[in-house]
Design a protein around this ligand. Structure first.
Ligand SMILES: [Zn+2]
Length: 166
């Protein structure tokens, strides 16, 4: 019930934003918003394109990118940089105010969401002079297990190679 109400308000919010920017409320943009509403975790533009493709719905990549930009500008999406090229998105307040930490792998770009009640409590208790926070996002960068294994295997290989050449 709560979810449905939130969804229709997202569409209203987006349409209102498009009107004020004198942009058209197209079917393609609404379709992309629909897909985003079903996303519970972070996603990339590629994920959106895949979902559109699965529905046999054709939207050009530039339209997908520009729609994600618009959704970000209107405050529906939050954007993270995974590496120099790639953005990853998340709906603002997707977890209904329950905060999570993003563990972001700089090797493969995978993002894992974890809840950490100790961090949540400690951040909620923080006070800053001259600033009232209303939301936050926490990214921790590192390597996932698969990438860590790959890296240490590569290091071992490089090491044994340098040993044999001595
Ligand atoms: Zn990885």
């Amino acid at each position: 019930m709560k979810q449905q109400r939130a969804d229709s308000s997202l569409k209203e919010k987006f349409d209102e934003f498009l009107r004020t920017r004198q942009k058209r409320c197209t079917q393609e943009r609404h379709r992309i918003l629909n897909i985003i509403e079903s996303m519970q975790v972070q996603f990339t533009a590629d994920d959106i394109m895949e979902a559109l493709y699965r529905d046999s719905y054709h939207v050009s990549p530039p339209t997908v990118y520009s729609t994600l930009d618009l959704l970000h500008d209107c405050g529906i999406l939050r954007r993270f940089i995974i590496d120099r090229q790639k953005f990853c998105y998340e709906r603002v307040n997707v977890s209904g105010g329950v905060h999570h930490v993003h563990l972001m792998c700089t090797g493969c770009g995978k993002v894992k969401q974890v809840r950490d009640s100790e961090l949540t409590r400690s951040i909620a208790a923080r006070r800053w002079t001259g600033f009232t926070p209303d939301d936050y996002s926490l990214n921790i960068y590192g390597l996932c297990n698969a990438c860590l294994r790959k890296q240490s295997a590569a290091n071992k290989k490089a090491k044994s190679k340098s040993n044999t050449t001595k």
